[in-house]
Ligand binder design. Structure first.
Ligand code: SF4
Length: 193
């Protein structure tokens, strides 16, 4: 029999294969969207809508706190170094707290599929959050399935975001794009992937 697990979901593309991997490991995930790090607000809404559509089609339960405390979140991201450790810590602590309140004994995260995220920081943040709220952090390294997630999300016509989430990652993504365009001497709109 599968055991319930609260799965922090950063976005729909990452959820596609991580849900499969957690299920394969004997868990029955309920998705939890808590990502107030995503800027701007309409991008946050767009990612949430894409996840809601996919979860509904798959029949996977999804819960979200819909919180978007912009001022607190920017202040938090500016308060620590490295910024991503603060960001992972806040999101996984919120997930662990939610898991504890909702009666889940364990939680995980779809962040584990990304080859672009610091997985050591994610592991540490999850373990600390689990310890703080008395729920087990179950980490599954889903990076070998990253290409599958790209393929599935493209095939389904799913929204794929072009940057990680915070306003700093948005700046860095497009600043780099502009540098690449300038060095090639061509004009081009920013692309994702
Ligand atoms: S780059 Fe991504 S993980 Fe790092 S602080 Fe920004 S949104 Fe969070």
């Amino acid at each position: 029999m599968k055991s319930g697990l609260l799965l922090h979901a950063c976005c729909a593309p990452c959820a596609t294969v991580t849900v499969e991997e957690y299920a394969r490991a004997g868990h029955e995930p309920t998705l939890f969207f808590h990502n107030p790090n995503i800027h701007p607000y309409m991008e946050f809404q767009r990612r949430l809508r894409a996840l809601e559509e996919w979860a509904s089609l798959q029949g996977i339960p999804l819960t979200t706190d819909q919180g978007y405390p912009l001022e607190e979140n920017v202040a938090m991201l500016l308060s620590g170094n490295p910024r991503c450790a603060i960001c992972f810590g806040e999101r996984l602590a919120a997930t662990a707290l939610k898991a504890s309140e909702a009666g889940f004994s364990a939680f995980g995260t779809t962040l584990s599929v990304s080859p672009y995220q610091d997985q050591e920081l994610i592991l540490r943040a999850g373990a600390e959050a689990g310890h703080r709220y008395g729920v087990e952090f179950i980490y599954i390294d889903c990076r070998p399935r990253y290409r599958d997630s790209v393929h599935i999300s493209r095939t389904l016509g799913m929204y794929r975001q072009p940057y990680c989430g915070c306003v700093f990652s948005e700046r860095d993504r497009y600043r780099q794009e502009r540098k690449n365009v300038a060095s090639k001497g061509i004009d081009s709109a920013p692309k994702k992937d």
